[in-house]
Design a protein around this ligand. Sequence first.
Ligand code: FBP
Length: 548
Amino acid sequence: MTKSALQIARAAYQPKLPKALKGHVKVVAGAATQSVADQEEIQKLFPNTYGMPLIKFETSEEAVNFPAMNVGVILSGGQAPGGHNVISGLFDGIKKMDPANKLYGFILGPGGLVDHKYMELTADIIDEYRNTGGFDIIGSGRTKLEKVEQFEKGYEILKELGIKALVIIGGDDSNTNACVLAEYYAAKNYGIQVIGCPKTIDGDLKNDMIETSFGFDTACKTYSEVIGNIERDCNSARKYWHFIKLMGRSASHIALECALQTQPNICLISEEVEAKNMSLDDIVTYIAQVVADRAAKGNNFGTVLIPEGLIEFIPAMKSLIAELNDFLAANAEEFSHIKRSHQRDYIISKLTPANAAIYASLPEGVARQLSLDRDPHGNVQVSLIETEKLLSEMVGTKLAEWKEAGKYVGKFAAQHHFFGYEGRCAAPSNFDADYCYSLGFAASALIANGKTGYMSSIRNTTAPAEEWIAGGVPITMMMNMERRHGEMKPVIQKALVKLDGAPFKAFAAQREQWAKETEYVYPGPIQYFGPSEVCDQPTKTLQLEQGK
Ligand code: FBP
């Protein structure tokens, strides 16, 4: 396989580990824990894994002999930079315990466990993937592990391979399922431990004990590099407004972090839109006003960052989508006979007046997307809606009206971008390479010490890696009850952008200035070699959250 020069050089990078994980490790157990909410219900559902203490690892003078054991690993959900390093940290950790230990990877996500598709990850294979992006070592998938039959099918293969512990690397849903699996195997006395690892570029799996999910750092730095390049192009040609949509299924952490790194003219934050009960027209008016104000100073250019999940956070759009979902599910047959050219009017005639008015105001293409593209559950596929085009089109219409009324003089030409897949498999930054390797290594220490139902945790992440705190957090501690598909279910609480949090406040304090002036920052590409202040900086979000 041909390798790039960077790949070859990067293979030799030795990720940094917290001091506590370097030599002999001892466990320090903290106080018993409680779930973030709904304590009684969660305790009832997880009698074997509820209330366990927080775990911290410390350096020990004494060597401990661990029983030989095989371990399984699964990559679950969307790719995030650093997944291969979690696996290499886990591999090195279990080999340190006993060189006879084996690591098995289940192929293409949780489905591999159920369908018994696996491979042994040997030293040669692991060495090929150290410090690389992607999840291609074993592949990933989105099969949900939630049914008893799946747990039992999984148990069959785990038993056959002599696997005593399973590490599930995933987001909030996958870790919720890891916890359910841990509880199930504990209740059945199967002798199989289950450990989770916090993954997602979206950055929404975090709490007091999990400071960040891995991959967020690299993905945001990759997008920020390109946003910076666009800003520089924009400020060179001075003739375009760039509308840039950024991944992040629902939370706006990625958009916010990229805004803090690049200082665009506008960045929308879905959580704020919802809190202020803003309508689509409010958002369009806000953008159009910034465009008009800049035009008045002769600046017919700018950049706008838009979080992927925006549409679902606009309360009026949420209600329109909900009514459309119900209506089209109930009237699918009748709708299929309506001529394409009449579908828009047909829908308008059937909706309640408020929703009909919003639907009528949408550009043709978006209205069509809302009425056609359904997922297998009958829901509109919001991520397919080209919000960046929707907004620029509506801003263009508004500016044309203002021009007619003599309220705006300027030129408005838009370019559109969507950044998501471009960053999910980037070579991990030093932060993610170190953080992920440490998460994997800490997972092996949790396994060695017989823990189950824990998520591997590395804290104090704005300090040098040497001072990071490694340990484990009971997954039940992060849970609350939420309605899913009409039923109350125990789930890990998703972390949305906090409007009273330091990152949002820092952004809000500067955004007016960024809108008026051109104060772009150009972060440039991720640097893997060079001075620490260039190569090892954590995200602005982490730094601000930790008061740095
Ligand atoms: P995870 O939550 O599984 O980490 O995935 C995050 C994400 O990258 C979102 O940002 C995005 O909306 C989604 O996955 C895209 O999913 P897919 O890879 O199935 O297209």
